[in-house]
Design a protein. Structure first.
Length: 136
């Protein structure tokens, strides 16, 4: 698979994750009156799990991690923590700079997701799904 196709599929997975992340954080904040920072931890875990599943089945289907399913998920979550740090920093900065976003944190989620996309792609491709699957 060509790098350009992997990037495009990773972006689709990112959009799926963004919808899950933003939807959960918005529901927790607006519907259940959670703190916007605490809600983001829950929404991130759900979104990162969804993107792992998408990327292992679609984006990196021609690559393998060489790990069991559980170990692969744990490695994914560890790798995504680098992107999560960038993502959460941008999210928190948006909330600090615009108090109105405490009512609409989904917009801050989007900003953080865009900022972290490159970090996440490189981590996934170069450190987890780094080997091509054998044709045998």
């Amino acid at each position: 698979m060509k790098l350009r196709e992997e990037i495009a599929l990773f972006a689709v997975g990112g959009l799926i994750g963004l919808v899950i992340d933003a939807g959960i954080v918005q529901a927790l904040v607006s519907g259940l009156h959670w703190n916007a920072y605490a809600a983001r931890v829950v929404s991130f875990l759900a979104a990162a799990t969804a993107t792992w599943w998408w990327n292992r089945r679609r984006t990196f289907r021609h690559r393998r991690s060489g790990r069991s399913l559980a170990a692969e998920w744990l490695h994914w979550m560890a790798l995504m923590s680098g992107g999560a740090a960038v993502n959460y920093a941008v999210y928190a900065a948006c909330l600090l700079l615009s108090p109105a976003l405490h009512r609409w944190p989904a917009a801050a989620v989007a900003a953080g997701s865009v900022a972290a996309a490159g970090v996440n792609f490189l981590g996934a491709r170069l450190m987890l799904f780094k080997r091509a699957k054998s044709s045998a």
